[in-house]
Design a protein around this ligand. Sequence first.
Ligand code: MTE
Length: 322
Amino acid sequence: MYVRSHKGWEIPEARVTPEAIALNRRTLLAGAGALTATNAIGLGAAQAAADPTLDLYPAKKNTTYEAGRPVTAMRFNLTYNNFYEFGAHKGIYKDAQRLITRPWEIQIAGEVEKPFTIGIDDLIRKIPLEERIYRHRCVEAWSMTVPWTGFPVRKFIDLAKPLSSAKYIRMETFFNPEVATGQRPSLFQSSLPWPYVEGMTMAEARNDLALFVTGAYGKPLPKQMGAPFRLHLPWKYGFKSIKSIVKIEFTRTRPKSFWEAILPREYGFWANVNPEVRHPRWSQATERVLGTNNRIPTELFNGYGPWVSDLYKDLKDERLWM
Ligand code: MTE
């Protein structure tokens, strides 16, 4: 989004490569080791097998929100990721295996009746898991369709017991430059404001679509996809869907997110999907569907308008689309 100079999404439509070839190219770009999608699937399976919550998968399907598109094959999601903690390219999946996901604690803080810290395995067993298939639209104009497992954020809110003074939720990813080389100061990244931070309003968080994610494709989350606990807000650009969360804070004031702090003109707090509002450097009218050769029109709110547009009807003065 920021560090690379040649960006995949800037390739003209006519030059879009078939995904298999594109993946090979990315694999080469990822550096030494000649990694393959098959290796990634093997890694994913090994991680899942070692997970203490494995018995909860696959979870019961919730079909309230039809994706209306075929699910993206898992190998694409395993090998094409944005996780800047591990590097500014899409092929970070091998580096992300360094992330240690157990023990993993999440701190619940701020405007709550009683702040507390909870281990991820306790949390996952407190709220029933469900599977939902969501469209996932990155601000870089590519998309996937992903079967996530998790629970609605609103159920987590019941557990956290916020005070009425809580207006926003601020979430934070781990900070560990020893394993996450992208968090180390470098020539290009010395000023990045780690840890990764994202936020949403309480009203957004209480919308049934807002999902805390613990798994994907019927198994615990692979590390490169944000294990062990991430967010997914399907009506917003993907950068809002923060990975590997360690802190959830209820706040009175609007948190400043990671990308907003770096490039406020390009990445704002709201970041709702809108095909008619360009990113300052590229169009958002269409999206490249990973795993296919298709480029399709992007929909307002990524097609989730009927469930979320009411959240924004009184916010006419806000920059809702970036
Ligand atoms: N969360 C953290 N902590 N670090 C990141 O770099 N990238 C974001 C989001 N969450 C990111 C993150 C972006 S830009 C996108 S598009 C999605 O994660 C990508 O999720 P995926 O790799 O599972 O497709």
